[in-house]
Design a protein around this ligand. Structure first.
Ligand SMILES: [Zn+2]
Length: 590
């Protein structure tokens, strides 16, 4: 695999201090030798985001995001590893050697070439749509769905005939089959081993990035074929989870609020009717990355999903994701239509704007979801429903927020504020007692890494995992130890690690060192996810400024290699875990 050499990464980083790059996004304040700011990756009022100029890294004690200048740029600009490096290199005036073949056998096609290819394909599909005879049925279909010529052209819609004309045309323009496969316009048939045109007999929706480049396609089948919608898979220029349909248009009209829909047709209908702040996900549920992207453009998101049960469930999940990144969230549940597209057609855009103004906050949505489960006219069911609402309110941590919801629930349910307040208090007290009884168990769960999404099998290898974390943290923080491991002065191998995360992190670190005789956090991002890199940086931050660093490192390596510790890992008792958790708490971070 042609990696970008560590020496190049080091040169880029030398010329691009992390504090300069971070300062382009947040206001940094000096705190001793470090700098702090309100975290750009989660919503907060008191700064827990720290930049360490000495180690050229950052870490947020609030949300756990961490890394070096490369991973910072990847996160904040939603870039892939190579693109983040290229952007930094460009600013720093460092040239990056061109990489050739990718590890998975797919030929690497330069991004510029893929953009050109997508643009040419979009033109081909558009020309087919406006071809007198070929595109007639599709044009009629779009007109029947209420789309004007202006909107069809604005969104660059097209038509892929049910034949292999696209690849013929593209080859005439000089694109190779390999390139077309890399761009997901053709796919290699599993049966014949030959590539074929992927989109056939479909209305084509180009997916355009915020810079106005065509990066992928969605195709809706004409007629009854399956799948109804076919979307490009991820390519070097397209990540489903990091893009939003129509954001290129919506970004200029959504400073106050953005409307999030489920389907392309919903968005196109809304834009066609003059509601130009609508976007949609790309055939999947909303992702945390998409939620973060939205924070760059707007303050409030109005979720406008299908009014059926699956749509409303998806809305509930989206509420959580959007609230987590600090966005004000509202939900618009349309009455009398299954989706925004149908609603606009039936009742017009004014009715839609009225409905928008009356869209409800997340608590109203929850209220609606709870009450829809019960029969309003049955007194027993009503009691249960009110009980469930009170339990929900009791689960909310903030007293002010609870107060507001109590008033809202009282008005909506026709029950006095007093009685709801009493019920909520009773539940809170009961939960408190219950928690006190269960506390040791809960502390144990916290200490044992249940629900650790980065190191998933930490729980089954408790003691080993704790040694592994120290070793990994110190390898990342003090690359001279990697040299000791590589030279065999310190004996440690992948097999000494018990967790999958530990093994992979160790072999990645050694792999990077082995290839270039040096190590840099920046190179980790090529092989590990941003959350995994954050974890390694956290581990190294936790273990920086340790006195007697080398002896601690060696003791932990010994514990890992010592077969006995494996045995112990299985029999660690509860008290041990609790003690360790207390220690972590006392250090003031989790
Ligand atoms: Zn944070």
């Amino acid at each position: 695999m042609a990696r970008i050499p560590v020496s190049v990464i080091e040169e880029i980083k030398e010329r691009t201090p992390i504090e300069d790059v971070v300062a382009r996004y947040v206001t940094l304040k000096r705190a001793g030798s470090n700098l702090t700011a309100n975290c750009p990756f989660h919503s907060e009022r008191t700064p827990s985001f720290v930049v360490f100029p000495a180690t050229q890294s950052f870490y947020c004690f609030g949300c756990g995001a961490g890394g070096d200048v490369v991973s910072f740029l990847m996160r904040i600009e939603n870039l892939e590893y190579v693109d983040a490096l290229r952007q930094l290199a460009e600013r720093a005036g460092v040239s990056i050697p061109d990489s050739g073949e990718r590890g998975d056998g797919v030929e690497t096609v330069p991004r510029k070439r893929l953009f050109e290819m997508n643009r040419d394909a979009a033109r081909y599909y558009r020309d087919q749509l406006f071809d007198e005879s070929r595109g007639e049925a599709t044009r009629r279909y779009l007109t029947e769905r209420g789309l004007s010529q202006t909107v069809i052209k604005r969104f660059g819609l097209g038509f892929a005939p049910d034949d292999f004309g696209m690849s013929r045309h593209m080859k005439e323009l000089g694109y190779t089959e390999k390139e077309l496969v890399a761009g997901f316009l053709m796919k290699v048939s599993e049966r014949s081993g030959k590539p074929y045109d992927l989109f056939r007999g479909r209305v084509m929706f180009p997916i355009i990035d915020v810079s106005g480049r065509v990066i992928a396609f969605g195709g809706r089948v004409m007629g009854d074929g399956e799948p109804k919608y076919l979307n490009s898979s991820d390519t070097p220029v397209f990540k489903k989870s990091k893009n939003l349909f129509a954001l290129n248009y919506a970004k200029n009209n959504c400073a106050d609020e953005m409307i999030l829909c489920e389907g392309y047709m919903d968005v196109i209908s809304l834009h066609g009717a003059g509601v130009e702040n609508a976007v949609a996900t790309l055939g999947t549920a909303l992702t945390p990355e998409q939620a973060r992207i939205m924070t760059k453009y707007t303050k409030r998101v109005i979720i406008c999903y299908d009014s059926d049960a699956p749509g409303q469930r998806a809305a509930s999940r989206a509420i959580d994701l959007l609230s987590e990144v600090g966005l004000d969230v509202k939900v618009l549940k349309l009455k009398g239509a299954k989706d925004p597209d149908e609603f606009i057609k039936k009742y017009g855009v004014d009715a839609f704007r009225d409905a928008l103004a009356g869209s409800s906050g997340k608590f109203s949505h929850t209220l609606g979801t709870i009450s829809s489960k019960y029969d309003e006219n049955d007194p027993d069911a009503r009691v249960k429903m009110i009980r469930e609402v009170c339990e929900y309110i009791a689960s909310i941590p903030g007293a002010t927020e609870r107060e507001i919801y109590i008033n809202q629930a009282s008005a909506a349910l026709g029950v006095s504020v007093e009685s709801i307040k009493n019920d909520v208090l009773l539940i809170i007290n009961k939960n408190r007692k219950k928690r006190r009884r269960e506390l040791p168990g809960e502390m144990l769960r916290n200490a044992t890494g249940v629900g650790d999404r980065v190191n998933r099998d930490k729980l089954t290898h408790l003691r080993a995992a704790s040694c592994e974390e120290t070793v990994l943290g110190m390898l990342v923080g003090y690359p001279e130890y990697i040299a000791d491991v590589a030279s065999g002065r310190i004996k440690l191998s992948e097999d000494d690690f018990s967790t999958e995360f530990g093994r992979r992190a160790f072999s990645t670190i050694c792999g990077i060192y082995g290839e270039s005789g040096a190590f840099d956090i920046g190179a980790l991002s090529e092989h590990m996810s941003p959350d995994e890199v954050s974890r390694l940086v956290k581990l190294s931050v936790d273990r920086s400024q340790l006195d007697n660093g080398r002896s601690i490192f060696e003791a932990n390596v010994k514990a890992l290699t010592d077969e006995k510790s494996r045995e112990l890992a299985k029999s660690e008792d509860a008290f041990d875990a609790i003690r360790r958790m207390r220690e972590t708490k006392n250090r003031g971070n989790t």
